[in-house]
Design a protein around this ligand. Structure first.
Ligand code: AMP
Ligand code: MG
Length: 336
């Protein structure tokens, strides 16, 4: 998934903690193997290759791939395609553009767009199959797989009897029950980077318990072509990287939903947030958008109270704007 995962947990003993953490990391590895779009032998790549070689034919898929694709398709439908797991062909083309520093050729872009569109993919969660309606389709779960891995890693910890835990996957975080004597885990968030070459400092913190927080949008993985700055998140209507400067932090009861919502709102913009969030109970978002007139910030849903950043908070890690810090006594705010 191109990132690192970190688990913080409270356990009765090291004998309980070590096997629990090892099993959770192993589960993350397992999902990485199944859902990767980089590894051409992953289940994701093999299944969609088979499906798009024979459009209209149902291909059997595993429970893991079914679960993630089903949620991805839900967010795709609710966001009117702003989030789209079938964006793979466009992403492949865009990665080449980034390397070369030039926009895709029009005919190649048109072919990739023809193979893109969530309505051209059918996922049957009961039969556990996927069907492509067009040839040449490629899937990309980069906008949701990290969040799902957080959910699955937490499920493993719970099976080991661990309830108080926080899992961080490259800045997307999932909190279970808070540390003893507190009401939440302190999660620091950075602001929109005004200097693209330097990670922004942590600006504020929220308390998180039994919820996931994912950030998306403004990125150090942006590329400049002909003087325009493009994000690694693509607009499925154009097949090109976003040019709007936006930073989205999305809150949801689970990691997969938070991850996908943050990516979807990055594409759709603040205007798309109210209707989208209304579809997913318990979700909220904070959006920072930079326009020529200045920087606009808004929150939707039950966004948690914001506290000052811890004084010793380091700068945001590469490629993310959220990072976790140590638990506090929870006196500075309330858990969402
Ligand atoms: P995130 O960092 O969670 O916002 O996810 C970004 C990643 O999702 C990209 O690196 C692509 O792999 C993938 N992606 C890009 N654009 C989209 C999109 N419009 N819908 C879904 N996934 C996307
Ligand atoms: Mg995402």
């Amino acid at each position: 998934m191109g990132t690192s995962f970190r688990i913080v947990l409270y356990a009765a003993s090291r004998t309980q903690a070590d096997p629990a953490a090892a099993a959770a990391y192993a589960r993350i590895d397992e999902l990485e193997q199944a859902l990767s779009d980089w590894n051409t032998h992953s289940e994701l790549c093999c299944a969609i290759r088979a499906a798009s070689a024979a459009p209209g034919t149902a291909v059997a898929i595993s429970p893991d791939l079914t679960r993630v694709l089903a949620r991805a398709q839900e967010v795709a439908a609710a966001s009117h395609g702003a989030f789209d797991p079938t964006i793979g062909a466009c992403v492949a083309l865009w990665r080449r553009s980034r390397r070369r520093g030039e926009l895709p050729a029009p005919d190649a872009l048109a072919a990739a767009l023809a193979a893109t569109g969530h309505a051209k993919l059918h996922v049957d969660p009961m039969a556990r199959t996927l069907t492509a309606r067009v040839p040449g389709m490629a899937l990309d779960l980069g906008g949701i797989a990290k969040g799902d891995a957080l959910d699955e890693a937490l499920a493993v910890l719970r099976r080991h009897g661990i309830e108080r835990a926080l899992i961080d996957g490259g800045g997307d975080v999932l909190a279970a029950a808070p540390p003893p004597g507190t009401t939440g885990w302190t999660v620091g968030l950075a602001e929109l980077a005004l200097d693209p070459d330097r990670p922004p400092p942590v600006a504020f913190a929220v308390l998180l318990a039994d919820a996931a927080l994912a950030t998306s949008g403004d990125t150090y993985r942006a590329v400049e072509i002909d003087g325009l700055r493009y994000s690694h998140i693509l607009d499925p209507r154009t097949g090109l990287g976003l040019t709007r400067r936006i930073l989205v932090a999305a809150l949801a009861p689970d990691g997969a939903t938070a991850d996908a919502l943050a990516t979807a709102i990055s594409v759709g913009g603040a205007g798309s947030a109210p209707a989208l969030l209304a579809t997913f109970p318990g979700s909220a978002a904070r959006i920072v958008e930079r326009a020529p007139e200045g920087v606009a910030t808004c929150t939707f849903g039950r966004w948690p109270p914001m506290m000052p950043a811890p004084v010793d908070a380091p700068a945001a890690p590469d490629d993310s704007s959220a990072l976790t810090t140590e638990a506090t006594d929870g006196s500075a705010g309330t858990a969402p």
